[in-house]
Design a binder for this molecule. Sequence first.
Ligand code: PRP
Length: 190
Amino acid sequence: MINPIHDIDHVLINEQQLDEIVTRLADRINHDYAPSPNAIRPCKLIVVAVMKGSVFFYTDLIKKLNIPIELDFVKVSSYYAGTRSSGQLKIHLDLKRDDYENIDILLVEDIVDSGRTLACLTENLRGRGAHSVRTVTMLDKPSRREVDYKADYIGAEIPDEFVVGYGLDFDEKYRDLPYIGVLKSEVYTK
Ligand code: PRP
């Protein structure tokens, strides 16, 4: 039987550290989106998981939010194969909504790499008339950036290493690891 742990070089962010990061981000989001008693027409906050990589982070994050939210999901891809980014965005699953008036959107991502996914998606949703579009990402790899993009909330900045676990995959494997680990290079260079 194959043990995926043998493919991990080392743990980059362990479960306790992930929980601390999620708590810190949730505290900031709770503060920033706290309902204003003076608002004439309060906005509705939709927290959107960018599938599939964000799924662990998303469920952990929304459990720590104490503000009124609605959930939604979007599936996009900017990678066509292996470890290289194509830089193109395809929407495979869209939000279940036509009217974006008085809607605040918070996109939840596992990682920002080239920056193309969130840059394109943010622009797309702003174009539909959303009141605001912000982004939260667990991981940020600024050294890989191809477009000028910065998430509003960043969990951890990491070096350019191939990370898996906590939702992140290589060829759809390792997503279910409860921590974020660095994949051994021989696994993806075979
Ligand atoms: C990954 C990741 C982000 C995106 C980041 O998704 O989850 O959505 O790539 O890359 P970028 O900043 O270069 O655009 P992927 O397309 O691999 O799909 P997945 O979430 O289903 O793994």
